[in-house]
Design a protein around this ligand. Structure first.
Ligand code: SF4
Ligand code: SF4
Length: 355
């Protein structure tokens, strides 16, 4: 059975074609301004030289932020599920995944079947993402693909006060003017990013079977720094950047074989900043999609969406995720003003707050 997975990320589009469980082609392309055109170009590139056309592919699953705009996909599945599924094809023992993408970082726990059991995303600020590293490579005038090697040559990493994209850029420029080597600047940034990733990983369960996925996992300096900070040697797939597309292809194979979808279990939305932790967790296994939390929240934080299994599930709106502290006073403070709130109306006790 020939199937394909396509992952339209914010910076790169990836595709994998499999025949009877073997990868026969994979490709990584730049994401263009239009997701539809990017998906068509990526699929055409991955089929180049295979002797196959799109008509030969029995099932296509799309993932990534542009997944809903892939016109030839039979189904779309979240990148969190696809990264968990893809990495367990290489390493069934992996239980903790750090996915470092173009514009966000995610920490994911999964089980032996590649099912997501817990997940948290940090997309509040660009620091530590692919976009951030591109900007720093540009400031230092080093090709992006070389910054990992350059960082490894550092004699003494300098310390950064912030990895906020705007301030880190100014700090990097100031250090350059003072004659600090590019290697020491990059090593310092890697260390700051690794500290931030460790804090994210601590919010899920950090198991010793640990991996890094996404384009940044190809940056040797960053991987070395993360391994040191976390205290674990990460297991790395052959090409960590195609793990999401591989997971999508594996889901496509499941569907072709008539297998049902897996669903994410607990999904955490929010962030931690200098003022505290602000996370709302929706346990999708407990959520029956009744929708009562949507009108119950005075700040309009929730919405219903179709989950990977095709069932309705509650989630925190994308626009609310990054400003939760402003929208929600926390469960107890909210309850003191309201007779009904998201917790009291939920029949499955699916929502929890960490404030
Ligand atoms: S505690 Fe209140 S404000 Fe916060 S999410 Fe629930 S209903 Fe909305
Ligand atoms: S009220 Fe609870 S069960 Fe109903 S949609 Fe919201 S989270 Fe799901």
């Amino acid at each position: 059975m020939i199937v394909a997975g396509i992952d339209i990320g914010s910076r790169a589009a990836k595709a994998v074609v499999m025949n009877d469980g073997t990868i026969i082609s994979s490709v990584i392309c730049d994401t263009g301004p239009e997701s539809v055109k990017t998906s068509q170009m990526t699929m055409s590139r991955v089929l180049d030289g295979t002797g196959l056309s799109l008509d030969d592919i029995e099932y296509v699953v799309a993932t990534g932020y542009g997944r809903v705009l892939v016109p030839f996909a039979n189904e779309n599945i979240s990148e969190i599920s696809c990264h968990a599924r893809g990495i367990t094809w290489y390493f069934p023992e992996v239980r903790t995944i750090l996915d470092m993408g173009g514009q966000d970082c995610k920490a994911i726990n999964c089980d032996a079947d590649g099912r997501v059991t817990n997940f948290i995303m940090n997309d509040k600020c660009a620091g530590g993402t692919g976009r951030f590293l591109e900007m720093i490579a540009d400031v230092l005038n080093i090709p992006l693909e070389e910054i990992g090697e350059v960082a490894l040559r550092s004699k003494q990493a300098i310390s950064f006060n912030t990895i906020c994209a705007v301030f880190a850029k100014s700090e990097a420029i100031a250090y350059l003017r003072r004659g600090v080597s590019k290697a020491d600047i990059l090593a310092g940034l890697n260390e700051a990013i690794a500290t931030r990733c460790l804090n994210l990983l601590k919010r899920v369960s950090l198991e010793k079977e640990f991996t890094i996925t996404g384009g940044i996992a190809k940056n040797k300096g960053m991987v070395a720094q993360l391994g040191e900070k976390v205290g674990l040697e990460p297991l790395l797939g052959e090409d960590p950047q195609i793990i999401g597309a591989l997971g999508a292809a594996l889901f496509a194979r499941d569907r072709g074989q008539g297998k049902a979808a897996t669903v994410e279990a607990k999904v955490q939305y929010g962030y931690a900043d200098g003022t505290g932790n602000y996370f709302i967790t929706v346990d999708t296994a407990r959520c029956d999609g009744c929708g009562k939390c949507v009108p119950a929240c005075p700040s309009g934080i929730f919405e219903l969406t179709t989950g990977d299994g095709g069932q309705l599930k509650a989630r925190v709106k994308e626009e609310a995720r990054k400003k939760l502290a402003m929208l929600c006073p926390g469960y107890e403070a909210c309850l003191s003003n309201l007779e009904l709130n998201c917790h009291t109306v939920c029949p499955g006790d699916a929502i929890s707050h960490a404030w």
